[in-house]
Ligand binder design. Structure first.
Ligand code: FPP
Ligand code: MG
Length: 267
């Protein structure tokens, strides 16, 4: 009864008894208004690991599995753009062991999900890694270049992995490059507008629309310097109590339904 792409791509749905119900639910949801851009602050990996008496690296690894799962839901719903906060510039202050484990995870997983027949290929997703990538170890930079190159021709959807990222850093770089361009233009009358700055934000340069929904997990209510420019007047900020590795369809569903209710109310 499932179309072919569901059989190949929705393994996790079929593994559960309620797989058919979940698939039907996504199909109903997809008939209503849906966000174009959803951003996630994937918080709570270490508390999740501690709760299960596991190593911190296991929490991050399970966090990556949750990202895959959520991306697959978004792709099935035709949500065009997903952004995820994978590593803040501030996170370099964590222990060398934890930073190294996250770097190894990124190095291994980015190329893996970009491969032929894998998630990004399956759904035609272009991967962009946004942030001060020059701060990353060269082995991770090489993996990023490879994964971005492998998905460069995909044009159905966008995954922005923000690492190592901070909004203030992004805005500073955008102002610097806008001013540099204005100086180079040698025009006598230069006026820098909001539109100019917007065009120089990392997300705009890879074609991302404004953020419709920003989700932060783990019950913490902070923005943590994430996509502050991109969260416009219409952005819905949603806080979920669960730890990121536990986040799934049943946590995402009320958020999407709330979005649909607000869109309908406004129309
Ligand atoms: C926040 O939880 C999570 C992070 C700092 C890392 C997020 C990374 C992943 C989910 C893996 C994704 C992918 C790649 C490509 C590396 P936390 O560590 O702050 O946990 P806590 O809030 O419980 O302390
Ligand atoms: Mg945290």
């Amino acid at each position: 009864m499932f179309p072919d792409f569901v059989k190949r791509g929705f393994g996790w749905l079929q593994e559960t008894v309620s797989g058919q119900a979940q698939y039907a639910l996504l199909t109903v949801l997809a008939a209503g208004p849906l966000p174009k851009h959803v951003a996630f602050v994937m918080d709570g990996n270490r508390r999740y690991a501690r709760r299960q008496h596991q190593a911190v690296s296991q929490g991050h690894s399970d966090g990556f599995a949750a990202l895959r799962r959520v991306l697959e839901i978004c792709m099935h719903l035709n949500i065009h753009c997903v952004s995820a906060y994978a590593f803040a510039i501030e996170n370099f202050k964590r222990s060398p062991e934890e930073v190294d484990a996250l770097m190894t995870l990124a190095e291994e997983k980015l190329v893996e999900i970009a491969q032929h027949g894998e998630l990004l290929d399956e759904y035609g997703v272009r991967l962009n890694v946004l942030g001060k990538t020059e701060l990353l170890p060269s082995r991770v930079q090489a993996a990023i270049r490879k994964a971005e190159e492998m998905t460069r021709h995909n044009d159905r959807a966008i995954l922005n992995l923000c690492m190592p990222y901070a909004s203030r850093d992004e805005m500073t770089s955008a102002i610097q490059s806008t001013v540099r361009e204005a100086i180079r233009s040698e025009s006598n009358h230069v006026e820098i507008t909001e539109k100019d700055l917007d065009a120089h934000m990392m997300t705009s340069m890879v074609g991302s629309p404004p953020v419709d929904i920003l989700v932060r997990t783990s019950g913490v209510k902070r923005l943590s310097d994430y996509l502050v420019w991109q969260c416009c007047e219409d952005t819905q900020i949603q806080f979920s109590e669960c730890y990121w590795p536990d986040f799934g369809l049943w946590d995402f569903l009320p958020i999407l339904l709330d979005y649909q209710r607000k869109v309908w109310a406004a129309s």
